[in-house]
Each structure stands twice: as C-alpha cells, then as structure tokens.
Design a protein around this ligand. Structure first.
Ligand code: MLT
Ligand code: MN
Ligand code: ZN
Length: 307
C-alpha cells in the first residue's frame, strides 16, 4: 500500500481571500487581477489504505473541503457514515480546530491532542462538553514514539505516527504568558509497508525544534508558509504583529525557511498554512519563482501526494 496525502486547505487563518481583507492579494484575487488561486484554511487528509482517512487539523472550512474530496464523503453502502477515522491536532488554533464543531452530527470523533491542547480547547471554547451533547468526543494522547495509528476498533490502518513538541504560542484566546509544553506539536507519519515518511509542520518558529534525522530522512514535508517576511502584516497595512510574535518562521530572507529547505534531501517540500498577505501566492512573483527554484512548492488546495 501507499500513503495517500491530500491537501484540503492550504491557507492560514482567514483563508484566501479573507472575508474582510482588501490587501493587495485579497483585493487582487477578488477582482481577478492577479495570477493566484483561492485557498481554504489549513487542513490535510492522509490514509494508509485509501479507506480510512485521518484529518491533520480540522479547519472551519471542513464542510467545503469534504465536498471537494469524494474519499471523505459517506460510503455508498451506509445511510450515514464517514471515512474520517480520526483527527490529529497540532495546536488549539481556531483555524486548526473549529471544524470539530461542524462534524457533530455523527459518531464520536476520535481526536489526538496533547493535554495542553485539550485544556485550551476545553477552557477556551468549552469544546468537549459542547460536543458531548452531540456526537461525543474521544481524546487520544498522541504517542511520542513510533506507534500504529489505529481505527477505533483497534485494527491497523497501514500508518504509523509519532508526535514531537515544537515551540509556539498558544492561541490568542488563551493567556499567552502561560506557555506550556505541548501547546504545539509536529507529526511524522510512516507507511507501514514501504517505510515512506511524511513530516507535518504547519506551524514552525525554528528548525532547531525538529529532530535532526527527520530533516534528513523524510520523503515529504508540509511546512509553515504563513509569512514571506517578518513585518509583512505591517507592510501590507493589515496589522502590526510580526511573524515571530505569531510563532511563524518567515519563508524568505537569509534566515528564512526556504534557505534551509533548499539544502534538505526531501523529495517533496511543500508550503502550506499560507497567509493571504504572502507574496508567494502570486504565481508570477519573484517570491514564487524562488520557491520553485529551491525545488519546493507553494501548496494549493487539492494537491495530492502518493508516497
Ligand atoms: C496563526 O496561525 O497565527 C493564525 O492563522 C492566526 C489566525 O488564525 O488569525
Ligand atoms: Mn493558523
Ligand atoms: Zn488579505
């Protein structure tokens, strides 16, 4: 079997275009004046057998994302049902978790999240008690060592996984001064049969956080592409928080992620969680060209990998 990876949404919080934004990119896309694609918010589906799918984060655009991808739609033999077997969260950010509330009509959701993420979603959004009144929710503590990613009945799915901590800020609805270990994690997935691996890091502030061998021994990387530059929000006149303050390593510049990415022996290097202000969204921009010339890709909704 192969590992199937389907990018459902590749934009950061707000999507592209963002509902209230007239930055050069959002206005340009709305008026058809730029060469760029619309994008929904950050969410990925993976499967080791083509039948059981795991969502990596669950965006508020999940309804539209399911509609765009038949593999996630109800199986034909059942009156109601889903191929969504589990959900793995990297953090408690709204763009990565609000979709849980939208998946409330079915059977209990199996959600992998650290205790810090669970606490944040419970104290900040009352998420688990709210869902309890509908579908219910089963929390799973993500494994820190290589472990099978199982179906709720304990059967194999063909995938192995492990979680590892990466530094990051808790979401704005939680007191930021109280940073806790486990506020943000990365995941690495392994196909049980062919050994191919996927590194999932939609939020990253520093490469120092990533176990060294993951960077040199992974087949695909989905990486934080939020901002091109440190002061992009200010330069685009849409805010005054810097990339660092928001916990995102910029893509461009001598210390940006692209310079590092260019040196890594990974077959598929793909940016996602791209903010609507990022100039690499414009497919005729020099920033887009520099991503391509580093053998990396600006991820887009619908992009698929078979590993
Ligand atoms: C982030 O990751 O920093 C978010 O996309 C910000 C937001 O949701 O507004
Ligand atoms: Mn986000
Ligand atoms: Zn915008």
């Amino acid at each position: 079997m192969l590992m199937y990876v389907h990018l459902l949404g590749t934009a950061a919080g707000g999507g592209f275009p963002q509902w209230n934004c007239n930055c050069i990119n959002c206005h340009g896309l709305r008026t058809g004046k730029i060469c760029a694609r619309a994008r929904t918010q950050s969410c990925v589906a993976i499967s080791g057998d083509g039948c059981h799918w795991f969502l990596l984060n669950v965006s508020p655009d999940i309804r539209e994302q399911i509609a765009s991808f038949p593999a996630l739609q109800p199986p034909l033999h059942a009156r109601r049902g889903t191929a969504i077997t589990g959900i793995l969260l990297t953090d408690a950010d709204l763009d990565h978790s609000l979709g849980l509330l939208l998946l409330r009509e079915g059977t209990p959701l199996h959600v992998y999240a650290t205790s810090s993420i669970r606490q944040t979603l419970t104290s900040g959004l009352n998420l688990a008690p709210t869902l309890q009144a509908y579908s219910g929710l089963c929390w799973h503590e993500p494994s820190c060592s290589l472990a099978p990613l199982l179906c709720p009945d304990g059967s194999a799915t063909g995938l192995l996984y492990e979680a590892f901590p990466v530094s990051g800020h808790p979401p704005r609805f939680r007191e930021r001064a109280l940073q806790q270990p486990g506020d943000r994690v990365g995941y690495r997935f392994t196909d049980e049969q062919n050994g191919k691996t996927l590194l999932f890091l939609p939020g990253l502030s520093s490469f120092e956080d990533i176990p060294h061998h993951y960077l040199y021994d992974s087949h695909a990387l989905l990486l934080d592409g939020t901002f091109w530059s440190e002061y992009e929000m200010e330069e685009q006149q849409v805010g005054n928080t810097s990339a660092t303050q928001m916990g995102h390593l910029p893509v461009g510049g001598p210390f940006g992620s692209l310079a590092r990415l260019a040196t890594l022996p990974i077959d598929h290097k793909i940016y996602m969680h791209i903010n609507n202000t990022n100039p690499m969204l414009l497919e005729d921009s020099p920033e887009y060209a520099s991503v391509r010339s580093a053998q990396a890709e600006v991820g887009w909704d619908g992009l698929e990998l078979l590993l």
